[in-house]
Structures are given as C-alpha cells and as structure tokens.
Design a protein around this ligand. Structure first.
Ligand SMILES: [Ca+2]
Ligand SMILES: [Ca+2]
Ligand SMILES: [Ca+2]
Ligand SMILES: [Ca+2]
Length: 340
C-alpha cells in the first residue's frame, strides 16, 4: 500500500502545515514589556491623571454611607481652578509602595471611609464588595450593581494590597425585597499601575498595559483556610513574599502549603500536628470577651469566629514544637508526634 498518497497521509500533511503555522505565530508574538520600564511609564501617566482630576470631597465626606455613584472624578480643564468643596486627587491620595515580581511599584489610594466594622480582610480571604472599574480615559470596563462575594486571592495584585487596609461594615438590615443594606462599610478608590493589574494580558475592555481605577465598597469578609488544615491561608504564604500563596511548598510535593493537608509530608496531617482548644458560647459578646482575656503566646493564634445553630465557636491554635528546634511540628518532617 502506498501511504504517500493515502487520504490519511494528506490529512496529516495538512495538519502538520497548520501546526507549523501556529508555532510560527507563537514565535513572532511580541515579547512582554520590561516591568521596570513599564512601571516608570505607568506611574507618570497615573500622576498626570491625579494632577488633572478632582472629586466632590465635601459632599462625599459628609455622607454616612457613600456609594460608588456618589464619588465622582472630574477632569480639570486647562486654566480651570478646582471648584470649592472639591479637591484635587493628588492632594488627597495616599502614596503607597510595594514589591511585585521583583519590581518596586507605586500605587495610590483614596480613602473616603475606613469602615466601622472590626474586621479587615487578609488578601487570602473572601470579601463581599461592590466595585466600579475604569481606565484613565474614563471608559468603564466593569461594575457591580449588587455586592459580590469572591476570594480576594483570585483578584489582581493591586486589590491584594489595597483591600486589607480597609474595614468592613458594622451593621446591616435586611430589606423586604430580600436585599441587604449595609452601613458603616469601608469605601474608597485605588489608582494602580498595569503591573499590579493585568499587565500584558488583554482583558475584555482592558487593553494590554492599562492603568486601572477602581472605586469600591467593602461590606464583609470571611477568613479562608483553603485546605481546611486549621492554618488560615494567610499564614501559608511564601517566607519572602507575603502575597505569594504558591511560593511555599515545605515538602516539595508540588502542592503549595495552602492546598496541602500534610505540609511537611511526614504522613501525619497538619491538623493532627497542632493543638486546638475550642471556645464556645451562645453569646457572641461573651465569647469575644472570653477570647480577649486570653494571653496568647507567640506560637498561638485565634481562628476566626464561626457560628453553628446558635452557638459561636473559636479555636485557639497552638503551633507545637515538640523538639524545640524552632520549627513547629506541622512543618518539621523530623518531628511526627501526634497531638491529641
Ligand atoms: Ca490551611
Ligand atoms: Ca506541599
Ligand atoms: Ca496546609
Ligand atoms: Ca505532617
């Protein structure tokens, strides 16, 4: 049989030609911009924006619960002065610095309300938020109409830095239509360079290397322990980068610690290598008081309070180090005592 001219051969030949074309496309695609160079360009453009836009400061600051729509950014036209009761953004934003992918970034936060609730999210926690996102040319690429709940760790790096600086709301009421109205929530805006956003990745409505502006309302937060090993995820991050969940894999089994139930790979699950004391009360206030009276050692922490059919629970976790080598049992594969 002559394979050379068989339909299958021709089919494979065509397929291989297409594959080659695909490979060529990959090769000629534009290389990613240098992060440090891009940061300089992005920061210049953000500073221009903040110097040429003002907001309705008196009005929004006087509000109990300002909404996303209440905060308005207005362009300062050539020769115009900032109207009274308004403020130029550059005079009111907090200038922040952070390191991401070995580059020093500047970003800017406008704090309207800190938030009256006690809790602030860790970047690994679930958050309930309303937000509005736009480019510096004013085009809006995304906005919520009702609050969404999402895992903050899945958001862009800029959000990881900004949201933990705000507090949640301190009260809410349920409306007749089933919706919930929050009061005393944290509210503000962030102005972030592309390197803390999507950088070279195109998103719907967001060209590559776009600086991003977000307004947000932070309603609630809930602690995440992605692998349910009783070590909250914010404590299972890289030693060198507090925002890197994937950079810590103690037992090198390719499962990062925040997704690994046996972090040191010694065959005893993490939950059995730490000590947990459960505190319960039917009164949340009473439980909080009890917890506030506990003097915590440096190897102890209190897990977040959960509620279960009328009872409030909190765990006091002790990271036991049986052989006193400075490494707690759950991260020490040489130490496998099980604690009951
Ligand atoms: Ca965990
Ligand atoms: Ca691991
Ligand atoms: Ca773990
Ligand atoms: Ca273990």
């Amino acid at each position: 049989m002559n394979y050379k001219y068989s339909p299958i051969f021709i089919f494979l030949l065509i397929l291989s030609v297409f594959s080659c074309e695909e490979d060529q496309e990959t090769i000629i695609s534009t290389p990613e911009n240098d992060r440090t160079e891009q940061q300089v360009i992005d920061n210049d453009s953000l500073v221009v924006y903040l110097n040429t836009h003002y907001y309705n400061s008196s009005e929004v600051n006087a509000m109990m619960n300002p909404s996303l729509q209440d905060l308005i950014f207005i362009e300062l036209l050539d020769g115009e002065v900032v109207p009274s009761d308004h403020s130029l953004l550059i005079d009111n934003v907090e200038i922040k610095t952070t390191s991401h992918m070995d580059v020093e970034y500047l970003y800017y936060v406008l704090k309207i309300k800190q938030g009256d609730g006690e809790m602030s999210p860790e970047f690994t926690d679930d958050i309930k938020v309303n937000y509005w996102g736009a480019l510096t040319d004013g085009s809006v690429f995304d906005q919520t109409t009702t609050p969404i709940v999402n895992d903050l760790s899945t958001f862009i790096p800029g959000w990881h830095r900004v949201l933990p600086d705000f507090n949640v709301s301190d009260s809410f009421v349920s409306n007749i239509d089933g919706s919930v109205s929050y009061s005393g929530y944290g509210m503000g805006a962030m102005f972030i360079p592309s390197g803390l956003g999507y950088f070279s990745t195109y998103q719907d409505g967001i060209p590559t290397y776009s600086n991003l502006i977000f307004k947000f309302e932070l309603m609630q937060t809930e602690s995440n322990d992605h692998d349910s090993d009783n070590i909250p995820s914010y404590m299972e991050v890289s030693d060198s980068n507090e925002y890197d969940l994937y950079g810590l894999d103690t037992d090198n089994d390719t499962a990062p610690n925040f997704l690994d139930t046996d972090d040191d790979g010694d065959g005893t699950i993490t939950a059995d290598e730490i000590m947990i004391e459960v505190y319960s009360d039917t009164s949340l206030e009473a439980l909080k008081f009890t917890l506030s009276e506990i003097v915590l050692l440096s190897n102890q922490f209190i897990s977040s309070i959960s509620s279960n059919s009328g009872t409030f629970n909190a765990d006091v976790v002790t990271l036991v180090d049986s052989n006193n080598n400075g490494i707690p049992n759950y991260l020490d594969s040489t130490e496998s005592d099980t604690i009951e």
